[in-house]
Write a protein that binds this ligand. Structure first.
Ligand code: DC
Length: 223
């Protein structure tokens, strides 16, 4: 069974996807980690983010290996585990240049489909998983939340990580990312073909229960 969870940054989709995969005991694929890994390589090489051709070459040359478990996706870039390094602040600002490059998207989408074919059952999370990558998925969710709520969640995470950043900086950053992201994925989402959940007033446990309930209803599966 393939379950897709799409949504903007701070919608709670990563945590929900990980917890859902653990409940279903199937691998979890974090596709954002793939875009982040290419961005990390761009940062490390000091490449010009506006040179689309150079970014494509970097993506083509990069060897990405993903290890998907029910509670994690670990990523190796050219043999090195970069699962933590891809979360750095410097990578955040470069990732949109990678993610809005259609040729890089085509490369990574192909890789995601191959992973799906080999795993057969998985929970996959991103922006375009239900719309583009796995249109035949058994269950498609879209999670969303208000900008303020998403900024509040992200701000708390960053404070907990020891980052000195104001709420307004986080809010502005998310707002900008929404606009960058929407150039690629928002028009692709098809209302009516997915279950949409506004997580603004829900705890993560409530979101996971809602996902599990829906899957149980359509498959008759007890989780
Ligand atoms: O979910 P995240 O923050 O780890 O995603 C990192 C970036 O990659 C973000 O700019 C959105 C982009 N992305 C994408 O365009 N398509 C995906 N399937 C997953 C992520």
């Amino acid at each position: 069974m393939i379950v897709t969870i799409d949504g903007p940054a701070g919608s709670g989709k990563s945590t929900a996807a990980r917890k859902l995969a653990a409940r279903l005991v199937v691998p979890y694929l974090d596709t954002g980690a793939m875009y982040r890994s290419i961005a990390l390589r761009v940062v490390n090489l000091g490449a010009d983010v506006n040179d689309a051709e150079a970014l494509v070459e970097i993506a083509r040359a990069a060897r990405l290996d993903l290890d998907c478990g029910p509670t994690f996706t670990r990523v190796k870039l050219d043999g090195h585990d970069v699962s933590e390094a891809i979360r750095a602040f410097s990578v955040n600002s470069v990732t949109p240049y990678v993610a809005t490059n259609q040729r890089i998207r085509d490369l990574l989408v192909e890789k995601q489909r191959k992973i799906g074919q080999s795993l057969k059952a998985l929970v996959t999370e991103g922006r375009d998983q239900g719309s583009v990558v796995f249109p035949e998925a058994d269950v498609k969710f879209v999670l969303d939340a208000s900008l303020d709520k998403r900024a509040q969640r992200r701000h708390q995470e960053l404070l907990a990580d020891g980052e000195e950043v104001s709420f307004n900086q986080v809010r502005d950053n998310l707002d900008r990312r929404d606009r960058d992201d929407s150039r690629q994925w928002a028009p692709l989402l098809q209302p009516g073909q997915s279950v949409r959940i506004d997580t603004s007033r829900m705890s993560i446990a409530q979101v996971v229960e809602r996902l599990v309930d829906h899957i149980s209803q359509i498959t008759g599966r007890q989780s």
